[in-house]
Design a protein around this ligand. Sequence first.
Ligand code: MRU
Length: 357
Amino acid sequence: MKISDQHYRTIWRDAQSVCIIDQTRLPFAFAIARLQTHSQMCHAISSMQVRGAPLIGAAAAYGMVLGCQQQADDQTLLMVAEQLIATRPTAVNLAWAVQRMLQQLRAVAVAGRAQAAWALALAIADEDVAQNQAIGQHGLALIDPLATANPQRAVNILTHCNAGWLATVDGGTALAPVYAAHDAGLRVHVWVDETRPRNQGASLTAWELAQHGVPHTVITDNAGGHLMQHGQVDMVIVGADRVTSNGDVCNKIGTYLKALAAHDQQIPFYAAVPTPTIDWQLAHGTGIAIEMRDADEVAYMQGQDDQGQIQRLRVIPHESPALNPAFDVTPARLVTGLITERGIFQPQQLHTLEASL
Ligand code: MRU
């Protein structure tokens, strides 16, 4: 991604440290955090300084590197792996990346593990970037005919949460087709769901679309159905944290409601899904562990006041409890297609993708 004309990834190596863009500071401050231990990486993932399924996969891989730098025997590696996997339960990319690091590092002599780990983590990060680029091209093929059929108006795409650059190492998943279309000169406009309670849409998706110059409008989470009823949404594209082998899509809480409304209005509903996000071991979305986050994320909102100060305000009565499930599952029957790096698949065709891997 380009920020003020400088190219950034969301995570990178600097000497023996790992640097990340601290997403808890966006959109009001662009800050880089430097991590030196696997515990710092665990904190970065659980506090959502880094977030988004592909990015937390890469971050966990780099967490394994930081662990190896401290001590690289089998027992320590297992302990580091367990701590990283425990940070966030829903996105399968995290456990996938940690298991891959663990398996490959065990084949390396202890003395060479730290060096090998840097190379393995970089490979995971580079693969993510390449996958997202391919997703962008496949998704572009869906947007292109809509833009060509109706050149006098923009193609309106609704997205939920943040599945852009910031949720990946670079390029984004759900937003990759949007960037590809915009860069190809097609007229696109994005409806950005604010995505309560943490507002990843309002604070992250809106920020990165603005950085790239993509026309967009932030809407409340409740506005999507109304816009769909009034012909103002041409397609929905979301990301995913885990897709099961039957094509059920687990994504940020609220995605299911968008899929229901899109289905009712016969609007195509796509999930952009790099293959590390597919959990081939799980047959149905009902088996996915849904992360329950702190109720304070619902009880409080954070924002900038007119004097430029970041403020945290309580928005519910002190007497009222709050519940904060972070993800939901959209059943495969509501999903038009899965945009993967290997092409677009209907949910019931996923087995052909599995066979080709
Ligand atoms: O809780 P988050 O911010 O990590 O959740 C992110 C999402 O739900 C994204 O839509 C998903 O990870 C897809 S990422 C390309």
